[in-house]
Ligand binder design. Structure first.
Ligand code: ASP
Ligand code: MG
Length: 450
């Protein structure tokens, strides 16, 4: 018997893959209205007044002619509070029960928004992730979506209802409630937009869009009007906190245009979509940073095939997100292998590193918590030589010493001392004149609303 799509997907360890159930972009039922998925983050639903405002936005979009699916995060910091509560009760909470607990936050905001929509004279229905047909892998607290069975949502939309879906959660193949990892409501929204064939996915948040750098560090950072999927992937992976990385992967894989915008005003935000010709003039889109990094060095690793595979295989098994890797040329048959990881993962990595050192016959491992990463991202880098040289010279001028460097076709990242991260961001933003450039991107993007 052919495996079901969900079963096939569950053996795939790659990116979340709706491809197995969606060989073509789904088409909406004939005669249906355009579909808009609107996602609201925690600050956008932090209190009763803001919840009523979200309800007004959803109703306005519906009155303007769209079918509307709203995905909401938990109110304010309530996921953190639930997490704290769990740890107070149990130092290492059972993960299945943690998912039962954390998933309640999103149910609360969705039910409240639905009530507020009813008071505005529209019919709304709130659904848990499971009711919405979001099927995931079995990994509690970090599940991946494998399938979306959207018929219940389609039926509600066809009946003229506004549908609220609790973000960040689903139901696993073995029928337990799961959550998708911190920030997972973005992924819920984009995956729903892909699976339902939405025309766009709006991400409402507490900032005005995607900026050339963090405005708290660079006061003259500029809002970008258009960013390509590839650039946004690099930005999200290198510290831009505006979107969960996995949601951008989804958006790119299924070509879902995203509009990141503020829930506190009606200004257009940043569109994220396929690269187009209007981007050509912009060489650099932004500077991102991540101060919460650490570097591990495994010293005197025997220089033979398989050593690195053992080290990084063990890290992968623990779900540690290794970013940059550097191996020194071998001297006397041994090399040093260094890599960066989020500082939060160091504790988890410790015991495994002790084991690894023994297994590969290395001399020791050490950890340096005081590092951060600064990155320059821009699609135009591909065709403009000299960007790296200019970046390194600018950092050198400010007395910043680079400890590791890594590049992709559209990103250059440097590991630097943590206390110099903010200086580095300001230095690069100025060196590449990001406050002023890329006129072309300010035209807005085809399809920009409001
Ligand atoms: N409420 C969850 C969190 O705080 C999911 C989300 O907001 O996207 O991580
Ligand atoms: Mg978020």
């Amino acid at each position: 018997m052919e495996p079901t799509p969900a079963e096939q997907s569950s053996v795939d360890t790659g990116y979340e893959s709706l491809a197995r159930v969606m060989s073509d972009k789904p088409t909406r039922p004939a005669g249906s209205r355009p579909l808009l998925v609107m996602k609201f983050g925690g600050t956008s639903v932090a209190d009763a007044g803001r919840i009523r405002r979200v309800a007004q936005r959803a109703v306005a979009a519906c009155d303007a002619g769209s079918d509307v699916v709203v995905v909401a995060s938990a109110m304010g910091k309530s996921t953190d509070q639930l997490m704290d509560l769990a740890r107070e009760v149990s130092p290492l909470p059972n993960e299945r029960e943690l998912d039962m607990l954390l998933s309640t936050g999103e149910r609360i905001s969705c039910a409240l928004i639905a009530m507020a929509i009813h008071d505005l004279g529209h019919v709304a229905v709130s659904l848990t992730g499971s009711q919405a047909g979001i099927v995931t892998t079995n990994e509690h607290t970090n599940a991946k979506i494998v399938e979306i069975r959207g018929h219940r949502i389609d039926e509600a939309l066809a009946a003229g209802h506004i549908v609220l879906v609790a973000g960040f959660q689903g139901v696993s193949l073995d029928k337990n409630v799961t959550t998708l990892g911190r920030g997972g409501s973005d992924t819920t929204a984009v995956a729903l937009a892909a699976a339902l064939g939405a025309d766009a996915c709006e991400i409402y948040t507490d900032v005005d869009g995607v900026f050339t750098a963090d405005p708290r560090i660079v006061p003259d950072a500029r809002k970008l009007h258009f960013v390509s999927f590839e650039e946004m992937l690099e930005m999200a992976a290198s510290g831009a906190r505006v979107l969960m990385l996995r949601s951008v992967e989804f958006a790119r894989n299924y070509d879902v245009p995203l509009h990141v915008r503020s829930s506190f005003n009606d200004e257009p935000g940043t569109w994220i979509g396929k690269a187009d010709e209007r981007m050509e003039n912009a060489i650099i889109s932004g500077v991102t940073h991540d101060a919460a990094q650490a570097r591990i060095t495994v010293g005197e690793v025997p220089d033979r095939p398989g050593s690195a595979a053992t080290i990084f295989g063990a890290c992968a098994e623990l779900g540690i997100n290794v970013d940059m890797i550097l191996q020194t040329p071998a001297v006397n048959g041994v090399t040093d292998v260094a890599f960066t990881l989020p500082s939060g993962d160091v504790e988890k990595a410790g015991p495994v590193l002790d084991r690894i050192v023994e297994q590969v016959g290395a001399a020791m491992w050490r950890c340096d918590q005081g590092v951060g990463i600064v990155s320059l991202v821009g699609a135009g880098m591909k065709t403009h030589p000299g960007i790296a040289a200019k970046m390194f010279a600018s950092l050198a001028d400010d007395g910043i010493n680079m400890q590791m460097i890594s590049t992709s076709p559209i990103k250059i990242s440097c590991v630097i001392p943590e206390e110099q991260v903010e200086t580095a961001v300001r230095c690069l933003h100025a060196a590449f004149d990001l406050a002023a450039t890329s006129e072309l991107r300010d035209h807005g993007h085809a399809g920009t609303t409001s």
